[in-house]
Ligand binder design. Sequence first.
Ligand code: UT7
Length: 322
Amino acid sequence: MIYSSITGTGGYLPERIMENAELEQMVNTSDEWIKSRTGVVKRHIAAEGETTCDLAEHAAHKAMKAASASSDDIDLIIVATTTPDLIFPSTACLLQHRLGIRGTAAFDVQAVCTGFIYALAIADKFIKTGSTKKALVVGAETLSRIIDWTDRDTCVLFGDGAGAVILEASETPGIVSTFLHADGQYKDLLKVPSGISTDCTKIKDGNAFIQMQGNEVFKVAVNTLGRIVDETLSANNLKKKDIDWLVPHQANTRIISATAKKLDMPMDKVILTVDQHGNTSAASVPLALDVAIRDGRIQRGDKLLLEAFGGGFTWGSALIDY
Ligand code: UT7
């Protein structure tokens, strides 16, 4: 049996930091409201001209260095993003070229905040079938480009960034299980209501923005994440206490605490970066993973539960023996 195992991680955040105080000058909000309702203290914002692929490239280089992987070794590239540089070619193809790689499969995955879990699950399946030996899996976003900076309901929540992992074929797990789900009946609760074949003038004019019915999304997110925790534990015959670290999508500290409670897990076993990064959508899980591996909290042999929930709705989990 072939398994896949994470051999290196990397993360990158744009230089510019936006504190809550700056948002107080832009919309009718307060540092106190943002911190207490979301947990966000600051977020990073891409510079003018800095693209999703730029962020992805930095994160990819760091992950490759950590895994001692060279460009020649990579035989699959998947980029999870909702904010690609171009309509096409895919950001994965742009990244492939930047890294000096030719001929490998390279494609984007669009599952909004669950994008990295989807990409990781796909790469895991490529490796398990024997068609891939070493995959570069990236979650990268420049969400600041689709934020209405006059809408206090959304502009306080999001940030830009990228996280990457190298996933390699291995004789032992690795990735123990992945579960992916979606339910399009919730399409209107969280969306950018324009695209190439709908209202494309908004895209051309730079007026395509995230809209969210936050309260409704919150309720479904808490229930759904609770269910995916149960699904993952029961499919693997595990008890709550078997999980060493929860690495959740970083949308809101209150949603994360509810999931931790479901696992009877103290918050010091939960990787929390939403305070420093905001919600970076597909980048949030790999960024959180990278932070906790680099600061030494996550150690080889630990059992990790990665989970995410986002627009679509989409949701998923990855159970990993690190
Ligand atoms: O990553 C993908 C998935 N996304 C999520 O999971 C996000 C889920 N939703 C959330 O995290 C929360 O719903 C929010 C953080 C977006 C909002 O928190 P909430 O506790 O659900 O607030 P609310 O929408 O119920 O609004 C409470 C009050 C309202 O005022 P009234 O009607 O009570 O007078 C809002 O108008 O807070 C007001 N409000 C704000 N006040 C200051 C909403 N946004 C702001 C703001 N600053 N930025």
